[in-house]
Design a protein around this ligand. Structure first.
Ligand code: DGY
Length: 325
C-alpha cells in the first residue's frame, strides 16, 4: 500500500515538468505569482501543509518557526544555499530541512567563468555599443580589456562550485589559488593544481581576479569588508556568484567609483533584489539578476532533488539532502 500523500505548498513557481510530477506524487498547491510570496501569505501557507517548498526569496527565520504549527514537518528548499533559513531553530522544532546540492555546480561555475571573461574582456560594453548603433570603426585603442590567460585567480571558498570553476580557469590558462576554511585533499589539490592561501589578506593582495564561491550566512558576512577590499590591487577584478552579504556593497561601490579596483561582475547583492544605487550605471560593473544557476537543466535537476527529498520523506525514510546545523 502506498503512503498517504503529503500536503505540499510551493512558495514560488517551479518549471512545468517539476510541478506536474509534484502534482502526481503529492497533494500539491502552487503559488502561481512569479514574484516573492508576501510575508503574511508565507506564514499563512505554512499553517496548512506538511511540507513547504521554499526558495531564496523566503525568510525562514525564528519568527517563522515560532509560528509554524505541529503539522509542518519539512522545509524542502529549491536551491543549494540555505542562509535564508534558520536551520538551528528549525532543528529545535524538529522540522526537517533539505536543499539541492550538486545539481547546479557546473552551471554556476560556467556563469562565474563567463563573468570573469566578461569583466576582463568588456564584451558586454561592446555588445551595448553595437546595439545602440554606435560602432563606427575598428580602432587599436578602443575598449581595451585585459587578457585572462596567464592571470592569477583567487577563489574564496573551494567547495564543489569553487572546484568546478578552478577546472575551467585552468583551461583558460589562469593560475589557480584559493582560500578556504581548510585545504582541499591532496588528490583534489593535485588535480586542480591550486595553491592554498591560509591568509586571505595576503591572497587578496596578490591576485588579478577574485571569485567568491563561499556559502552565505553569519560565518562569511562581510568577509570582504572595506579593509579587506582595500588589499586588492587597482587592476584587480572581483566576481561574486555566491551571496551578496559576503561583500560590503557600500565599500565596494566606493572602491569602484574611486577606481581602486578595475571592475566587478556581480550576480548577487546584499539586499536582493534591491541593488545599491551607487553600483548601477558604473561602466566597470556587470550586474546580473541572480541567474548563475538559471539553466533548464539545473532548474529541472533542482526540482528532481526536491521531489526526491519529499518523496523519500513521504515514504517514511530519511531524505538524502537533509541539512544538519
Ligand atoms: C542557490 O541554489 O543557492 C541559488 O543561489 C538560488 O538560491
Amino acid at each position: 500500500m502506498s503512503a498517504a500523500k503529503l500536503k505540499v505548498v510551493l512558495t514560488v513557481k517551479l518549471p512545468e515538468p517539476v510541478e506536474t510530477r509534484m502534482r502526481e506524487l503529492f497533494n500539491t498547491t502552487l503559488w502561481y505569482d512569479l514574484s516573492q510570496m508576501p510575508r503574511d501569505k508565507l506564514l499563512q501557507a505554512a499553517q496548512d501543509c506538511d511540507v513547504l517548498v521554499t526558495s531564496i526569496n523566503d525568510r525562514i527565520d525564528a519568527e517563522f518557526f515560532d509560528a509554524a504549527p505541529e503539522r509542518l514537518k519539512m522545509i524542502a528548499n529549491f536551491g543549494v544555499g540555505y542562509d535564508h533559513i534558520d536551520v538551528v531553530k528549525g532543528a529545535e522544532k524538529g522540522i526537517i530541512i533539505t536543499n539541492t546540492p550538486g545539481v547546479l555546480t557546473e552551471d554556476t561555475a560556467e556563469m562565474t567563468m563567463g563573468l570573469i571573461l566578461a569583466v576582463s574582456r568588456r564584451f558586454v560594453e561592446g555588445a551595448e555599443i553595437v546595439q545602440r548603433g554606435e560602432f563606427s570603426a575598428w580602432s587599436p585603442t578602443f575598449l581595451l580589456g585585459r587578457r585572462v590567460y596567464g592571470k592569477r585567480l583567487g577563489i574564496i571558498g573551494m567547495g564543489r562550485i569553487g572546484q568546478a570553476l578552478a577546472r575551467r580557469a585552468r583551461a583558460f590558462g589562469m593560475s589557480v589559488h584559493y582560500h578556504n576554511r581548510k585545504p582541499v585533499s591532496a588528490r583534489i589539490s593535485d588535480e586542480l593544481g591550486a595553491t592554498y592561501w591560509d591568509d586571505l589578506d595576503q591572497m587578496l593582495s596578490r591576485m588579478d581576479v577574485i571569485s567568491i564561491n563561499a556559502p552565505g550566512g553569519s560565518s562569511t558576512y562581510h568577509m570582504l569588508n572595506a579593509e579587506r577590499l582595500a588589499k586588492l590591487q587597482p587592476h584587480a577584478l572581483l566576481v561574486n556568484t555566491a551571496r551578496g552579504q559576503i561583500v560590503d556593497e557600500q565599500a565596494l561601490a566606493a572602491m569602484l567609483r574611486e577606481k581602486r579596483i578595475a571592475g566587478v561582475g556581480l550576480d548577487v547583492y546584499e539586499r536582493e533584489p534591491a541593488i545599491n544605487p551607487e553600483l548601477i550605471g558604473l561602466p566597470n560593473a556587470i550586474l546580473l539578476p541572480h541567474m548563475a544557476s538559471s539553466t533548464i537543466e539545473a532548474r529541472t535537476d533542482m526540482g528532481d532533488r526536491v521531489i526526491l527529498n519529499v518523496k523519500t520523506f513521504q515514504d517514511g525514510h530519511r531524505p538524502p539532502d537533509r541539512v544538519i546545523p
